[in-house]
Write a protein that binds this ligand. Structure first.
Ligand SMILES: NC(=O)c1ccc[n+]([C@@H]2O[C@H](COP(=O)([O-])OP(=O)(O)OC[C@H]3O[C@@H](n4cnc5c(N)ncnc54)[C@H](O)[C@@H]3O)[C@@H](O)[C@H]2O)c1
Length: 377
């Protein structure tokens, strides 16, 4: 999608951050460390959170408010960071886009695929960039793994094993489908990047081990079919003490000519039995985690180059989560196309804005609208 550039390299990008909770504080530190960005205000429904955020940002006098419109009547901004809870992503980001401001928002794009489609259409109507910060994409080891995958011939199977045993307390221990909703979107997004292909279907089972300290299912196994026939198998547990994997999980990429392995923490390794693998090519660092996504957002606004995480390209990662949950509820294989088409119908029925609804109604196929050009099905 083409979007309006905010191209003034002579001064930093002026941002207002909405949401200053746990992750919001990490973002405020991230912004403070990036000379290309200047924080001009903080919005949070909780004045105490906004004030605590101002202290974390190192400027207790920074303007704060409980309302974005009110704050924008006092400060000039070039862009918005939406670091609110998922239920607020749709209203906050829609509001910002229609105020003529591009948005960098925390994952997930929205609470549901239907809301994410509405945001993609809102970005089209306004011509503003909406980028989702899918932070685990910004990892040079993952880029190196993708390079190695390119040397394996046809890739047929990718697996991720995830095993952690954190005691978070709070909302995660109470939510439904905690592993699939809160964590699995990261590897689901990463495998789309790794394969440069899109998912077609999924069969998933999830369950809660007898010793789990979570209310919702803390363990799951999902088998996805991708375009070209490759399979992706994800097995994860959030109540798996002992021999824990990294936070990225442990990856195996199996191709016709060999295999690549990635622990998620160390440089990936490649084994091509019938001939040496080519030397890894040099590539520009993508940065790390939210540092990388913020740099990518600034670069996109200055150059017009579509960033990883632009909402149209990100929706399918959320659709993988929704499809996996639908599969485990229904006890059968689910087609991603069915999830997308149902989400479009839901988005049309729920849309409050005529201009966004008209745009959605003109989409026809959701896959085409999302600009899926990677691999023909
Ligand atoms: N990338 C990662 O690794 C990672 C890690 C943790 C959280 N997250 C994501 O970051 C986001 C925020 O999570 P968190 O842990 O900081 O949540 P949190 O509950 O700690 O903080 C959210 C803040 O947003 C504020 N808020 C909610 N609705 C608002 C609205 N409409 N307007 C203004 N402020 C509003 C709340 O008052 C709260 O201060 C979530 O989308 C979460 O999924 C990502």
């Amino acid at each position: 999608m083409t979007f309006r550039r905010v191209a003034n390299p002579d001064r930093p990008l002026r941002v207002v951050q909405v949401g200053a909770g746990g992750m919001g504080q990490a973002w405020l530190r991230n912004v403070a460390e990036n000379p290309d960005v200047e924080l001009v205000g903080i919005v949070d429904l909780s004045p105490a959170a906004a004030e605590a955020g101002a202290a974390v940002a190192g400027d207790p006098a920074i303007p704060t408010s409980t309302d974005l419109g009110e704050l924008l009547s006092r400060v000039e901004a070039d862009a918005i960071l939406d670091i609110t809870v998922p239920v607020a992503h749709h209203p906050v980001t829609t509001d910002a886009l229609f105020r003529g401001l591009p948005v960098l928002g925390e994952k997930p794009a929205a609470q549901t695929v239907a809301e994410a489609l509405s945001l993609a259409a809102a970005a089209e109507v306004t011509g503003e960039l909406f980028m989702v910060s899918q932070s685990r994409r910004y990892n040079d080891q993952l880029v190196a793994l993708k390079q190695q995958a390119g040397q394996l011939g046809d890739v047929g199977l990718v697996t991720t094993e995830f095993a952690k045993a954190p005691h978070f307390g709070g909302f995660r221990e109470q939510m439904d489908n905690v592993l699939l909703l809160d964590m699995a979107i990261h590897p689901f997004d990463s495998v789309r990047y790794l394969l440069d292909r899109e998912p077609l279907s999924v069969y998933c089972e999830s369950f809660n081990p007898s010793w789990s300290w979570y209310r919702g299912d803390a363990a799951a196994t999902a088998v996805f079919e991708f375009t070209g026939g490759a399979r992706y198998v994800y097995t994860g547990s959030w109540c798996a003490p002992g021999h824990e994997t990294s936070w990225n999980g442990s990856w195996r990429v199996s191709g016709a000519a060999g295999t690549a392995l990635w622990s998620g923490d160390d440089a990936p390794t490649i084994d091509v039995p019938d001939g040496p693998a080519a030397e890894a090519g040099a590539f520009e660092s993508v940065g790390s985690d939210i540092t990388g996504s913020l740099a990518s957002f600034v670069r996109a606004l200055r150059t017009g180059e579509t960033p990883d995480g632009e909402v149209h390209g990100n929706v399918m990662s959320l659709a993988m989560v929704e499809a996996a949950i639908e599969s485990k509820d229904a006890g059968r294989r689910i087609l991603l196309d069915d999830v997308l088409e149902r989400a479009l119908a839901e988005a049309l029925a729920a849309e409050a804005r005529d201009d966004v609804r008209d745009r959605l109604a003109n989409w026809g196929s959701v896959r085409r609208a999302l600009g899926e050009v990677r691999q023909a099905v």
